[in-house]
Write a protein that binds this ligand. Structure first.
Ligand code: TXA
Ligand code: MG
Length: 331
């Protein structure tokens, strides 16, 4: 499990992490969304290690993390087409934050990071620890979520140690992630903006800032492989079968089932389950998002036959929650 690789984020630990990264090693880093498996984005050998540690297909590109929007010209095509630049400007207040933009890429970014695409996914993370690390490094960090490919994303340093401990030089402990779901990914093309992955930054917020309708990419469309490669397969799925409460009849429940509820439920509703976890006393969906992955991982370690999870309306942050749950339930 490699807990000995987890370090509190002292200045000394940040310096060591930067030194590891600069010599081509991988480091587990906290972000406000989920923990990342970081590598020097400009070092192809380090990037290759990321793909192999995660068991990730080389066709699925990585997100580049920058300390500030000022470094954007380093990784994007220059100058950006003016319609795209205007959209970036309209969204720039959301950085640092849980927003990833897919933009035309600079030739400095290796084919490996971008899986041979003409675009690059970029974000400026808000977590104070990773901000300090990026500034210490001076180079951008490529960082996918720090889980084995298709498993649930990590929201604590211990989750990273559990899944990828043997592959990292160290893990910086920034506490449990504040958002708990991966960033919203937005593809900017010409004047249009398309959400490739819903997240904490909602479609409503993006439409408001861009003053235009923002579409959410439908992952069933045949173009998926081209536009949103990471959204093709089952994702975020525990080993234990997971079903939504709306997909299950009471007679399908055995003795070894767990229930993850978004808010309080009655003793009667609780009774068929061996374990129940209430994610929020007030059914606050931000709190649900923050705790959801940790609860799924926890239940996945209890030898259950089935994990049953609540549902919510697919709007606002509920859209990201339902996106992840529908994928997890697809296995
Ligand atoms: O919140 C997050 O975004 C976290 C933290 C660590 O920053 N990172 C993360 O990375 O979730 P990852 O690799 O697990 O997911 C990145 C997604 C994948 O679905 C990938 O296909 C997509 O971003 N992506 C990356 N580059 C892309 C590109 N050029 N075009 C379209 N999709 C891209
Ligand atoms: Mg991921």
């Amino acid at each position: 499990m490699h807990v000995e690789k987890i370090f509190a984020p002292s200045d000394e630990a940040i310096r060591r992490a930067a030194a590891f990264l600069s010599s081509g090693e991988l480091v587990g880093v906290p972000t406000e969304t989920v923990y990342g498996l970081a590598a020097n984005a400009l070092d192809p050998t380090a990037i290759a290690k990321v793909f192999s540690a995660k068991g990730r297909p080389s066709t699925n590109p990585l997100i580049i993390h920058l300390a500030s929007i000022d470094s954007l010209p380093l990784v994007t095509f220059q100058p950006l087409p003016s319609a795209i630049q205007q959209q970036v400007d309209a969204l720039s207040d959301l950085w640092p934050g849980p927003l990833t933009l897919v933009l035309p890429r600079s030739s400095l970014v290796s084919d490996l990071v971008s899986a041979g695409r003409k675009t690059v996914a970029v974000r400026v993370p808000a977590h104070e620890v990773t901000q300090r690390l990026l500034r210490e490094c001076g180079f951008p960090l490529a960082a996918p979520s720090a889980n084995r490919s298709t498993y649930v994303s990590p929201t604590t340093a211990a989750h990273v140690a559990e899944g990828l401990g043997e592959h990292v030089a160290m893990i910086l402990d920034g506490g449990p992630c504040g958002c708990g779901l991966e960033s919203t990914i937005v593809l900017l093309e010409g004047r249009s903006a398309t959400i490739l992955r819903p997240g904490v930054i909602t479609r409503e917020e993006l439409s408001h800032r861009l003053q235009t309708k923002v579409d959410v990419y439908r992952t069933t469309e045949s173009k998926t492989a081209m536009l949103a490669p990471g959204m093709m397969r089952e994702h975020y799925a525990p080993r234990t079968p997971l079903r939504l409460i709306t997909q299950i009849l009471p007679e399908q429940l055995s003795e070894r089932c767990g229930r993850i509820a978004f808010g309080p439920i009655s003793p009667e509703e609780r009774s068929p389950y061996q374990y129940t976890e209430i994610l929020s006393p007030t059914r606050d969906l931000n709190e649900v998002a923050k705790k959801l992955f940790a609860a799924i991982r926890d239940f996945d370690g209890r030898g259950l036959e089935l994990i049953v999870v609540d549902v919510c309306e697919s709007q606002g942050i509920g859209q990201a929650i339902m996106d992840r749950l529908l994928r997890a339930a697809a296995r």
